[in-house]
Design a protein around this ligand. Structure first.
Ligand code: PLP
Length: 379
């Protein structure tokens, strides 16, 4: 059976051009970048070229990019790194209640170590309330971390405004942009972002590689002790092939950004219009305007979300309820709860995230099966 993949927010395939760029670094170019002989220098050069490509995607300086093991590591590094570096200045952190677990759980750990965390609520479309943010700021606030775009409902936050407020109070502003990077334009200089996390496997690069941008002049403690790699900020022999793959993925994402956005948005809008036309009683979760182009999150009252997924899977359709990270637990998604959905409604939700390789014909197949399954499950 042909597999139709609609779960690009969970992960993506490594596209061919990326893979081809990586292969030589597993085979003949396996030198350690710290070695002085030419094979080592070849690896070192590949890393620095990839760094430029990542920097170009977000308009930072290359020397503001640190390679990490994943998006989660980038989040951990900056939250813990800023907290521990500044604990003499203050111990208060502001984030939102619907961040990725890599942020939420890291903050919870810090709370056991004497830090205080304010979790901002979001409104029913998933936006942080700016007034609430202003009110949460204290003299001892050292970090604000608000995600760029949400992984479940795709809401894009007013990042420029949040960054402006952080700057006014001289507080470091970090954003988890793992979902946003490569999907919408990001310019850290123009937006005033101090630190940003991104990940390879969400943008058609490999798993196990991430990057952290930290503006020059901002100091943070390192997470992993050892050698002096990554300007002494992240020990461990570099994942050269992964870094090369991430660089290539960023280069391609940057080059095709407009076309990809248009493609994803047209598939998504076609999907939504078809669903609206063909299925009764459906609710769209999140905002329609400030939303990632490829994201649709729907609730089907009276339908069990897990049964829906399993029935779709039987038809070769990969989709998700809430997020991949929370599957396996029967707890309703913390994101859907935070925008005010009841437990029942949250547990009757479906996330569809479109990707480059999806076609209109894929959407037709999806809608056709979705109609049948929803009708069956509602009986
Ligand atoms: C996937 C994801 C992460 C984690 O990235 P990994 O590379 O899988 O560790 C963090 N934040 C958001 C918003 C994500 O979607």
């Amino acid at each position: 059976m042909k597999i139709r993949y609609f779960d690009h927010a969970a992960t993506t395939r490594v596209i061919k051009k990326v893979w081809e760029e990586m292969v030589p670094y597993f085979e003949e170019r396996y030198g350690n970048p710290s070695s002085l002989y030419s094979m080592g220098r070849i690896s070192k050069k590949a890393i620095e070229e990839a760094r430029i490509k990542v920097a170009t995607l977000i308009n930072s300086n290359p020397n503001e990019i640190y390679f990490t093991g994943c998006g989660s590591e980038s989040d951990n590094t900056i939250i813990k790194g800023i907290a521990h570096r500044n604990k003499n200045k203050g111990k208060h952190i502001i984030t939102s209640s619907f961040e990725h677990p890599a942020i939420l759980h890291t903050c919870q750990v810090l709370q056991t170590q004497g830090f205080e965390v304010t979790y901002l609520k979001v409104d029913k479309e998933g936006f942080v309330k700016i007034e609430e943010l202003r009110n949460a700021i204290r003299n001892d606030t050292i970090l604000i971390s608000i995600m760029f775009a949400n992984n479940e409902i795709g809401t894009i936050q007013p990042i420029e405004m949040i960054a402006k407020i952080a700057k006014m109070y001289n507080i470091v502003f970090h954003t988890d942009a793992v979902q946003a990077c490569g999907n919408i334009p990001i310019d850290v200089k123009r937006l005033g972002i101090d630190a940003l996390s991104l990940s390879g496997h969400k943008i058609y690069g490999p798993k196990g590689i991430g990057a952290l941008y930290v503006r020059n002049g901002i100091e943070f403690e390192k997470l992993i002790e050892g050698g002096h790699q990554e300007k002494n900020k992240r020990a461990g022999t570099e994942n050269v092939a992964g870094i090369v793959g991430l660089g290539k993925a960023c280069e391609l994402a940057n080059r095709q950004l407009k076309e990809n956005m248009q493609h994803l948005k047209s598939l998504r809008d076609y999907f939504l219009s078809q669903v609206e036309e063909k299925i009764k009683d459906v609710k769209l979760n999140g905002s329609i305007e400030n939303r990632l182009p490829g994201n649709a999150n729907l609730s089907f009252p009276g339908v069990d979300g897990e049964a829906l997924l399993l029935n779709l899977d039987a038809k070769g359709i990969c989709a998700s309820a809430g997020s991949a990270c929370s599957s396996g637990s029967s707890k309703p998604s913390h994101v859907l709860s935070s925008i005010g959905l009841s437990k029942e409604l949250a547990n009757s939700s479906l996330r569809i995230t479109f990707g480059e390789e999806n076609t209109k014909e894929d959407v037709d197949y999806l809608v056709e099966n979705l109609c049948e399954i929803v009708e069956k499950l509602r009986k």
